[in-house]
Design a protein around this ligand. Structure first.
Ligand code: WT7
Length: 656
């Protein structure tokens, strides 16, 4: 199990009151949910989710809330029909809230756009009509490769509206990564932009699409949003400007209802093999849990809150808590295109003060970056509008929790640490802000209606005080339904380890004496870098595809800011000409090209040998020790323990 720095609250006892952080009484008094929610959900789990589903508009009621007759293939709200986009947009306009702001959008260079629910409805209808004009039909996949601009949301909702399946690829992924996702999902239309703004400069997206389309067949049309105005290559007949296509469409579009189990989107995520998995989410159950958790975990008040998930729509956090959760709850959100330090390190706090943000949701890695920049940066801004803070993506270490609570939340805002995954679709383990007495560093309790256990190797529940593996023991509405095109892989990856009906999450966890859950990080070959999930095998296979590399092993080493940093060990081919700095630079560049900048190793070490078990498996645990400069662990299972000696003796011949 990968150890994590995060549960060690030593030295912080002075800052953590013995009684923890109980909900402030004023907060508890007005909270959307009280302690009774746990009892209600425990008494009738499925009935509890049915109640949550009734918060949405259905055009046809379901006959069966849950069909789990063929595990692990679940069906929720069987026979029910709804339109996800109508639930996110139209129904609020019809109820008289058309003038409410859906998004305060802030571009990195400082340009802004305000979009009301009525405007969003018109744009979604136009985009839906545009997709229909391009021949997109119900069930077809549409690739979306956009920066953080409103058209990303509009595109997703337009797909949902016509029953097309969106497949958003984070703008930081390479042409190769984009191409393989387009191929796997068999998408025929791509929506992109000329470029986007990151760190003060425009970066190209359309060139990446052009390159990707040289590596995959079947894309008929590329719809291009003009964002930066940079020059782009143009393929007549294939490429079409968003404004030309969407601008001329009618703002009327009659929405059809779809089955609760109609596919909504595919999101690729890294697993333990080199091939990313297409996680499939469907409509009714997904929207039910995303909407309810957004409302309950963040105590959302649609009339007064200004909500900001500071993430990218290219990840599941953006799908669930920038788009579907907030819109289904008629929330006003902030959406920000750029980086936190452009043009200055107080940019986020300036945005919060400007728009009166009340709820902020971000990742521990970002909080630790702000800690490095110093508390005097946020201190210069009025953050008094904030009333709740959320965290996601990795365990939040108590130091970061306390800093966030004090310096951003002014000591008055509950900090809600939410554990979940691309696969779970929505929050699964987190405190409830009006109920739970908070413990810095712990995700604490299963969300109401969610079955969670921490078990040992054999699958037996562990005792308080012990450490084990997090499993989910009951199907939940927003669970993934399968891996796109690969039911076997879905079964093997998640449901085979502990037998029928038990979902293996891939995370280690500890139960404290009160039975509260502390997440400890991944237990498989998956790294968590700045809250992004990256597969060690995926980076390894990118490295060995370089002509100079014979073999590669990649580990996630503890990193004070990013949680983990990618460290690669490579063995060069005999004919490799260079083993110095230039080569290392080239290898890093190669990984950027193959996967994307987020997968670029922090450190690359050229070595002569790699430690392996008798069965030939690379011993990543030992390499992690080397990468973190720890005492080497027990290496008795090495084929030849001299390998590690030799290895460490020769380490590193080259690194940076
Ligand atoms: C993995 C899922 C959920 C959206 C962002 C990441 C880690 C996530 C927490 C948390 C401890 C966390 C887990 C999980 N993780 N949130 N609050 N505490 N660990 O989604 O890319 O699917 O990654 O992120 O290891 O398995 P993802």
């Amino acid at each position: 199990m990968s150890e994590n720095q995060t549960t060690d609250a030593q030295g912080l006892s002075g800052e953590i009151p013995a009684e923890g952080f109980p909900p402030p009484p004023e907060f508890a008094a007005q909270a959307n949910v009280g302690a009774d929610v746990y009892e209600r959900a425990a008494a009738d789990r499925v009935g509890f989710w049915e109640e949550a589903a009734r918060r949405l508009d259905w055009t046809q009621e379901w006959d069966q809330a849950l069909d789990w007759s063929n595990p692990p293939f679940a069906k929720w709200f069987v026979g029910g029909k709804l339109n996800v986009a109508v639930n996110c947009v139209d129904r609020h306009v019809e109820a008289g809230h058309g003038d409410q702001v859906a998004y305060h959008w802030v571009g990195e260079p400082g340009d802004t756009r305000t979009i009301t629910y009525a405007q969003l409805k018109d744009q979604v209808c136009q985009a839906a009509n545009a997709l229909v004009e391009l021949g997109v039909q119900t069930g077809d996949r549409v690739a979306i490769y956009l920066p953080m601009i409103p058209e990303a949301v509009v595109s997703m909702l337009a797909c949902a509206r016509i029953g097309a399946v969106h497949m958003v690829v984070f703008g930081g992924f390479s042409p190769d990564a984009l191409a393989s996702r387009i191929t796997d999902a068999d998408a025929h239309v791509v929506i992109t932009a000329d470029g986007g703004y990151r760190r003060g400069a425009p970066s190209g997206l359309k060139p990446n699409v052009d390159e990707a389309l040289g590596k995959t067949d079947g894309v008929r049309n590329v719809v291009v949003v003009k964002r930066t105005g940079q020059d782009v290559d143009w393929t007549e007949g294939r490429d079409i400007w968003w404004d030309d296509l969407v601008g001329r469409q009618s703002t009327e579009h009659e929405a059809e209802s779809f089955d609760a189990e109609h596919p909504l989107y595919i999101m690729y995520t890294s697993g333990t093999t080199a091939k990313p998995k297409g996680v499939l989410h469907t409509s009714g159950g997904y929207l039910t849990q995303v909407s309810y958790t957004h409302w309950a975990s963040f105590d959302i008040k649609p009339d007064t809150d200004v909500f900001w998930t500071a993430a990218d729509v290219g990840w599941v956090t953006g799908h669930s808590y920038i788009v579907y959760g907030p819109l289904s709850n008629r929330t006003t959100s902030v959406m920000y295109e750029g980086t936190p330090d452009t043009p200055h390190q107080g940019r986020w706090w300036e945005i919060i003060a400007e728009y009166g943000v009340t709820v902020l949701y971000t990742a521990p890695t970002t909080i630790r970056t702000f800690m490095k920049w110093g508390e005097d940066v946020p201190a210069k801004f009025d953050l008094s509008s904030l009333r709740l803070l959320g965290s996601v993506g990795e365990p939040i270490n108590p130091e970061a929790w306390l800093w966030y609570h004090k310096n951003i939340g002014g000591g008055r805002c509950p900090v809600v640490d939410t554990w979940w995954q691309t696969e779970t679709g929505a929050h699964m383990v987190n405190p409830l802000p009006g109920v739970t007495t908070l413990k810095p560093g712990a995700a604490q309790s299963p969300f109401p209606g969610i079955g969670v256990k921490v078990v040992d190797e054999e699958g037996n529940p562990i005792e308080p005080g012990a450490t084990g593996y997090l499993v989910l023991t009951e199907p939940w509405p927003s669970m993934l339904r399968t891996i796109w095109g690969d039911d076997e892989r879905y079964k093997d990856t998640y449901w085979s380890r502990y037998g029928q009906g038990v979902y293996f999450a891939g995370d280690g966890a500890k139960l404290d004496e009160d039975g509260d859950i502390w997440l400890l990080g991944r237990v498989d070959d998956v790294m968590n870098v700045s809250g992004h999930r990256i597969s060690t095998t995926e980076v390894e296979s990118a490295l060995v595809s370089h002509p100079a590399v014979a073999e590669a092993a990649v580990v996630g080493a503890t990193d004070p800011t990013t949680g983990q940093g990618i460290v690669a060990f490579v063995i060069l081919r005999g004919n490799a000409e260079d083993s110095g700095e230039e080569l290392v630079k080239g290898l890093r560049q190669h990984v950027r090209k193959e996967i994307g900048p987020i997968a670029s190793p922090r450190q690359i070490m050229v070595v002569q040998e790699l430690p392996k078990t008798r069965s030939g498996k690379i011993m990543r645990r030992l390499l992690r020790d080397v990468a973190e400069n720890r005492e080497l662990g027990d290496d008795t299972t090495l084929t030849d323990s001299a390998v590690m000696d030799q290895n460490s003796a020769k380490l590193p011949t080259s690194q940076d």
